[in-house]
Design a protein around this ligand. Structure first.
Ligand code: ARG
Length: 607
């Protein structure tokens, strides 16, 4: 790879290791973005680490390293700061070269990983016969963003929906189906009716042991494959899947496979057998358990894989799931995304997998909750979970008001599509811009604001740039907006975006081969440096699964763009500044679009 294809951070890291080698010092320390822009763009703590190891003076070591650093083509002479940091300020000419190269780079500088992994991402995974509620947004949106980013980086991603389609609730659902079902209501709103019969049966079972026993018998029959119960179960699954699919369509989510819990049924007896034979499991009080006696936090928390009544459970299914993903799907990495309460469960499952000799990299990626304005779990007035469908519908209605106010003269069809893109984008971004473990308060006003770290703010920055281009070359080849592809978004697999509004990357790059970026004003330089950071930021998202790092970057990029736009006239400036500034606008729009696409969010051309 040529130097031009590497980020400044990567090039400086390489120069640092060359300098350390030349100075006969051990390789150590990283190059990181500067913590304070007054000290430059990047810094390294290499001298500090070496000083500690060797008991030498850190500033003297820093001076020695600098003597061997050959970085004059990239940055100003490195400076020693504080206790012994080395600071780097990238030279304007280097930024000009780098951004000019980005103009013709489809990947905007982001390189593919050297060792692609095969990653199963288990996300969303709602439960059948229950409505998807607002809480499902987190796992679904987070998993989708991680999948997009991982595939953009060159990993092979398998998106798996581990639907909760099997379990003890079906005893009650089937009993309710046989005794309480209102067919007309089922046709009207299937999930609501399923929830109703489940809830009522649950109440009856609590009050009446005979009902409880009857439910248990229905469950046993289902598990034995009795045709009537099996057919009822299948119908429930089908109805739920249709509902999930509608939500996925609105959200632009797709799965490669949907292996629900029931998929693993046949494998469960063999799993228990195997674990008993290998001695990893034992019988305790009639149940089959795996003990982790040597791990203090787990010592008194055995994992039950067959209950004393002979039934299998959530854990048994997940042991089978590990097998399937590693042996059948040949995954070397598994990411499972759920709320924090399942931490203990996956700690046990992964520990057991390790004992069985699995070497794949298993990660449980947890998230916090969505709270209402009262800081308690978000609920409706009647105390129920807030249905996801209602949230998504309301998002679009509210976004529509913004469009009506901002741009009343647009055609009806376009307004409707913009409202989708802005409303759904706002809900997703509100989630992804938070650190995943933090609980956050769901606030319509905040997420739909055109100011601040929100999707509409970023979309608006993009739209502003598009309007500059429309003014620059009025009859340019704009793809027709309302071409009706729905809002299903492209996957990030380096493929062309299917966003109906936005021209693909190739169209974007047209005419950019001749452009040269010149950075004479400080606002231009700041913006250009930010554009170069995109390639550094995207891979770091996967370090600790934090799409909020990318979101914050995009927010800062939009801020830098606005500062640039205030300070630097674009269309009214003279050549060669005009072409250069248009090129900066072009790059900014492409980074915003690609960055938001990696978060599963689309951009409208107008709003
Ligand atoms: N259905 C589960 C729930 O709603 C999430 C499943 C997560 N994946 C897994 N392999 N257990 O909590």
């Amino acid at each position: 790879m040529t130097d031009g294809g590497m980020t400044f951070q990567a090039r400086l890291a390489r120069k640092l290791s060359e300098a350390l080698a030349a100075a006969e010092l051990p390789l150590t320390g990283d190059v990181t973005p500067a913590t304070d822009p007054r000290f430059g763009d990047y810094q390294t703590n290499a001298a500090l680490i070496l000083a500690k190891q060797r008991g030498e003076n850190p500033r003297a070591l820093a001076a020695k390293i600098i003597e061997h650093l050959r970085v004059s083509d990239i940055c100003e002479p490195p400076q020693i700061a504080g206790a012994g940091f080395i600071n780097f300020t990238i030279r304007r000419e280097a930024v000009e070269r780098q951004t000019t190269q980005l103009l013709t780079d489809e990947r905007l500088g982001v390189s593919r990983v050297e060792k692609p992994r095969r990653i199963v991402i288990d996300f969303g995974s709602p439960n059948v016969a229950k409505p998807m509620h607002v809480g499902h947004i987190r796992s679904t949106v987070l998993g989708d963003a991680l999948a997009r980013i991982a595939s953009f980086l060159g990993h092979e991603v398998i998106r798996d929906n581990h639907i909760g389609d099997w379990g003890t609730q079906f005893g009650m659902v089937i009993h309710g189906w046989k005794n309480l079902l209102d067919r007309a209501a089922l046709e009207q709103d299937p999930i609501a009716e399923l929830v109703r019969i489940y809830k009522e049966t649950n109440q009856r079972a609590t009050a009446d042991p005979a009902v409880r026993e009857a439910c248990r018998e229905e469950l046993v029959k289902l598990q034995a494959g009795e045709p009537e119960n099996f057919a009822i179960w299948q119908e429930c699954v089908g109805l739920s899947m249709r509902e999930f699919e509608r939500a996925y369509e609105v959200l632009g989510i797709r799965y490669d496979i949907q292996r629900g819990e029931s998929f693993y049924n046949d494998r469960l007896p063999g799993i228990v057998e195997r674990l008993l034979n290998s001695g990893l499991a034992e019988i305790s009080e009639g149940a089959v358990c795996v003990f982790f006696r040597d791990i203090p936090e787990l010592a008194d928390k055995p994992c039950i894989i067959r209950k004393s009544d002979g039934g299998y459970n959530y854990a048994t299914t997940d042991v089978a799931t590990v097998d399937y993903r590693v042996r059948d799907l040949k995954a070397d990495t598994v990411w499972i995304i759920t709320g924090a309460p399942q931490q203990l469960h996956f700690r046990q499952i992964f520990e057991l997998a390790r004992r069985e000799g699995y070497t794949a990299d298993f990660r449980h990626i947890t998230h916090g909750s969505i709270l209402g304005e009262d800081r308690k779990l978000m609920r409706t007035r009647s105390g129920d979970n807030v249905a996801l469908k209602d949230v998504l519908d309301e998002a679009v209605v509210r976004a529509r008001k913004i469009v009506d106010e901002k741009n009343a003269e647009l055609a009806e069809a376009e307004k409707a599509q913009i409202a989708q893109v802005v409303g759904i984008g706002a809900v997703k971004y509100a989630d992804l811009s938070q650190y995943r473990m933090t609980d956050y308060i769901f606030s319509w006003d905040r997420m739909l604001s055109l100011q601040g770290n929100t999707a509409p703010y970023l979309q608006n920055a993009y739209v502003r740039i598009q309007s500059i281009f429309r003014k620059a070359e009025p009859p340019s080849p704009q793809p027709s907006p309302a071409s009706g592809r729905g809002i299903s978004s492209a996957d990030a697999n380096g493929r062309e975006s299917v966003n109906p509004f936005s021209p693909g990357e190739k169209v974007r790059m047209r005419g950019m081969a001749e452009a040269t970026i010149l950075l004479n004003k400080s606002e231009e330089l700041v913006l250009a440096k930010r554009l170069c950071q995109f390639a550094e930021v995207v891979p770091t998202v996967l370090n600790d699964f934090r799409p909020n790092v990318l979101a914050n970057y995009l927010f800062e990029l939009a801020n830098s763009f606005h500062a640039f736009y205030e300070a630097c006239p674009v269309l009214k400036s003279e050549e060669p500044a005009r072409a250069s500034r248009l090129a900066l606008c072009n790059l900014t729009a492409r980074v915003l679009q690609r960055g938001l696409d990696l978060l599963g969010i689309q951009v409208p051309e107008r709003m």
